[in-house]
Design a protein around this ligand. Structure first.
Ligand code: NI
Length: 388
C-alpha cells in the first residue's frame, strides 16, 4: 500500500479545503464554521451517518465497509482548532482573523482526514465500520475529553483509536511512532505565597514573600533533579511570577507563581504533584510565610498500545521508507490521550519538512504531507479491517 493514487488525484481538492480552514481559524470550542464545513463535506461524500455537536462542537461520521454487520469498529481522529497567535507566514491564504491562526497544523489534520473519508466512502474496500472523529478544543480545552464524556466510545461502539499529528523537522511524509508514551501528562500549578507586606526599608517588620517565592522557584527544581529517578522524565517550569506590589519600595503581601509540570509516567506524575506541594509549603514555612498550592491535573500521558503501534507502523512503512521507531517522546501534551485511555490505539507523527515549529507565527502546515497523511488514515481502516 504505497501512497494511494486516488490521493494524488484528490490533492488539489484536499489542499483547497486545508487552505480554506487556514484562512478561517477558530479557537477552542468555537469552531462552528469549521465543523459546519466538515459536516457538509462528509455528507457530500456519502457517509452513512454524520452527527454534529458531539462534545459541544465535534463531528462524528460513520462509513460502513462492504460488509459491516459484525466487523470491527475503528475510530480515526483529527483536531480542528487554531491558536491565539498573530500569523506571520505571508501566505496568500493567511488567516483573515488578526490574532488567530492555524499554527499547529490542525487545518492539515482535518483536511487529511476529510480526504481519507472521501476515499473510504467511495471505495468501502473494508469489512467493518470506520468512524471519522473531528474534535474541537485540542489546544488546552480538552475537547477530546468532552467527546469521550459525550459518549463517543459507546454511542459508536469504537474499539480502537488512531490519531496523527504533523511534526516540523521530520522529512515531509516520513513517520515517527513508538509504543508507550509519545506525549506527556500536562499538569499546571498555582502557588500563592502569603507573608506580611510592608516598607521595603523595614524588612525585619515584614515577612518577605518575594524572598520566599524566589527560594521556592529554585527549590522546585530539586523535585526533578533529586526526587525523580534520573532515568525517568520530568519537567517543572515556573512561568508566571506576580505580586500585589507595583512599587520599588513595598514588600508585597502576596506573591503568585504559575507553572507547568510534565511527565511520561503515572508514578512520576504523582511524585511531581506531591513534591511541588511539599517543597512550596515547607520552604514558605521555613521563611515564616505560607504557601497554598493548587495542582491541577491536565491532559494524561498519550500512550500507544504496543500491538496497535505495530499496525500503525506497518501501514506507515507501506507508504514511506522513512518510519522512525526510535523516536524520542515529546513533553508537550495532547488530548487524544483521553481517547487512548478509553480504548487501545496509536498516535503517529507525520513529517512536515523544514518549517517553523508548531505554535510559531511563521509555522505553516505543509500540503506536500497530505498524500502520506490521508493514505495512512485510510490505510489503517483497510489494514485493520481487510475486505473478505
Ligand atoms: Ni497540535
Amino acid at each position: 500500500m504505497p501512497i494511494k493514487n486516488r490521493f494524488a488525484e484528490l490533492l488539489p481538492e484536499i489542499t483547497a479545503w486545508r487552505r480554506d480552514f487556514h484562512e478561517h481559524p477558530e479557537l477552542l470550542y468555537d469552531v462552528h464554521r469549521t465543523a459546519g464545513r466538515v459536516a457538509e463535506l462528509l455528507r457530500e461524500f456519502g457517509c452513512d451517518e454524520v452527527t454534529e455537536g458531539v462534545g459541544r462542537t465535534g463531528v462524528v461520521a460513520v462509513i460502513r465497509g462492504k460488509t459491516d454487520s459484525k466487523g470491527r469498529v475503528i475510530g480515526l481522529r483529527a483536531d480542528m482548532d487554531a491558536l491565539p497567535i498573530h500569523e506571520q507566514t505571508g501566505a496568500e491564504y493567511a488567516s483573515k482573523t488578526p490574532g488567530k491562526m492555524h499554527a499547529c497544523g490542525h487545518d492539515g489534520h482535518t483536511a487529511m482526514l476529510l480526504g481519507a473519508a472521501k476515499y473510504l466512502a467511495e471505495t468501502r474496500n473494508f469489512d467493518g465500520t470506520a468512524i471519522m472523529i473531528f474534535q474541537p478544543a485540542e489546544e488546552g480545552g480538552a475537547g477530546g475529553d468532552a467527546m469521550v464524556k459525550d459518549g463517543l466510545v459507546d454511542r459508536w461502539g469504537i474499539q480502537e483509536f488512531y490519531g496523527m499529528h504533523n511534526m516540523p523537522g521530520m522529512p515531509v511524509g516520513s513517520f515517527a511512532i513508538k509504543p508507550g508514551a509519545m506525549m506527556a501528562a500536562a499538569d499546571q500549578f498555582d502557588i500563592t505565597v502569603t507573608g506580611k507586606g510592608g516598607h521595603a526599608a523595614k524588612p525585619h517588620e515584614c515577612i518577605d514573600t518575594t524572598l520566599a517565592a524566589a527560594q521556592i522557584i529554585v527549590a522546585l527544581q530539586s523535585v526533578v533533579a533529586r526526587n525523580v529517578d534520573p532515568l525517568q522524565n520530568a519537567v517543572i517550569s515556573v512561568c508566571v511570577v506576580s505580586t500585589d506590589s507595583t512599587a520599588h519600595n513595598v514588600i508585597p503581601q502576596v506573591v503568585k507563581l504559575k507553572g507547568t509540570a510534565r511527565s511520561l509516567d503515572a508514578e512520576v506524575r504523582a511524585q511531581l504533584e506531591e513534591g511541588i506541594t511539599r517543597v512550596a509549603t515547607n520552604i514558605a514555612a521555613a521563611m515564616g510565610a505560607t504557601a497554598a498550592v493548587d495542582y491541577q491535573r491536565g491532559y494524561p500521558v498519550t500512550s500507544n498500545d504496543t500491538e496497535a503501534t505495530e499496525w500503525a507502523a506497518a501501514v506507515a512503512r507501506a507508504i514511506s521508507d522513512r518510519v522512525d521507531m526510535d523516536m524520542v517522546p515529546m513533553m508537550g501534551g495532547e488530548d487524544f490521550s483521553y481517547m487512548l485511555n478509553e480504548r487501545p490505539g496509536a498516535y503517529i507523527w507525520v513529517g512536515n519538512g523544514d518549517t517553523a515549529m508548531v505554535h510559531h507565527p511563521a509555522y505553516d502546515f505543509n500540503d506536500e504531507a497530505i498524500p502520506a497523511g490521508s493514505s495512512w488514515y485510510a490505510g489503517m481502516v483497510e489494514s485493520r479491517m481487510p475486505a473478505a
